[in-house]
Design a protein around this ligand. Structure first.
Ligand code: SAM
Length: 291
């Protein structure tokens, strides 16, 4: 497909179907071919891949995906865009359009039905109002997924990739990095979209681990510790965990565990690595935690 003129094509399609971008669905259509190429290259698509595209919009990226992948399943919530997609994608036999809310879909079943249970690759210019719930679902539920290559708000990408100590580091960083290797592929300015979003964007690639990079006896406890630590991020970790009602941990137990790990008792949660949260959680398993 010609990459030049994509902006004109997009505008033409939007005019032809009298489409007004719906804010409530987070619609900002990509019009920059270089950015599209960047997303596709990052996703490392091969002919044998089955891609799930979340929110195909008017099908611009879908056409590129269809040319590189064996199969594309495009899941779009906006009923008004379905006839447009049927038109823009009519030349591609390997694309299936599904009108559905991605947050409500049974994605395990989809992998089973469309890809014989083999891992899917997720590619999307995500609707920003639900980026975190979508990414969390894709990571936390046991869906066979190889990788997630998505456009998100720049700050969200930075939080996903952040390392201990900085202001961006938090529960989102640790959760994402427990399940996947995160890498920001590039930043994208507002003028690459129509209409322009009020924020900068970034493409991030999350390659899912086959098994987590750290050993955790009780994942629920580890994530409860993480949430409690960052819920009171200015406080010392000991106080944050002691104050968290759902944990009922006394200060001495936490201090003892930290000492066993060789970590100072006045440490703040935001400096702890994923490995250290896993270690702390393993030491505290059975030490007063009520699930
Ligand atoms: N892929 C198109 C592009 O790059 O030009 C559109 C991207 S736009 C940022 C987000 C798309 O996600 C819109 O088409 C919107 O209607 C769709 N969307 C929003 N919420 C959704 C949901 N819960 N499930 C599926 N699609 C959704």
């Amino acid at each position: 497909m010609e990459t030049a003129g994509i902006s004109a094509q997009t505008i033409e399609t939007l005019q032809k179907y009298h489409i007004r971008a719906q804010k409530k669905f987070g619609q900002n259509f990509l019009i920059d071919p270089h950015v599209l190429e960047k997303i596709l290259d990052a996703a490392q698509i091969r002919q044998e891949d089955c891609i799930v595209e979340i929110g195909p919009g008017i099908g611009t990226m879908t056409q590129y995906l269809a040319q590189r992948a064996g199969k594309v399943v495009a899941v779009e919530i906006d009923r008004a865009l379905i006839p447009v997609l049927q038109d823009t994608l009519r030349a591609y036999q390997n694309v299936e359009i599904i009108r559905e809310d991605i947050l409500k879909m049974d994605l395990r079943r989809l992998a089973e039905e469309k890809n014989e249970g083999r891992p899917l690759k997720i590619v999307a210019n995500l609707p920003y109002y639900i980026t975190t719930p979508i990414v969390m679902r894709l990571l936390e539920e046991q869906i066979p997924i190889h990788s997630i290559t998505v456009m998100v708000q720049k700050e969200v990408a930075q939080r996903m990739q952040a390392q201990p100590g900085g202001k961006d580091y938090g529960a989102l960083s640790l959760t994402v990095q427990f399940y996947a290797k995160a890498q920001i592929v590039g930043k994208v300015p507002p003028n690459c979209f129509l209409p322009r979003p009020g924020v900068d964007s970034a493409v991030i690639r999350l390659i899912k681990y086959e098994k987590p990079p750290v050993f955790v006896q009780d994942q629920k406890l580890m994530f409860a510790l993480i949430r409690a630590s960052f819920g009171q991020r200015r406080k010392m970790l000991v106080n944050g965990l002691h104050n968290a009602q759902q944990l009922s941990l006394d200060r001495e137990t936490v201090i003892r565990a930290l000492q066993q790990m060789g970590v100072s008792p006045d440490v703040r949660g935001e400096t702890l690595t994923l490995e250290q949260f896993a270690g702390l959680s393993n030491l505290l398993s059975g030490a007063g935690y009520h699930s």
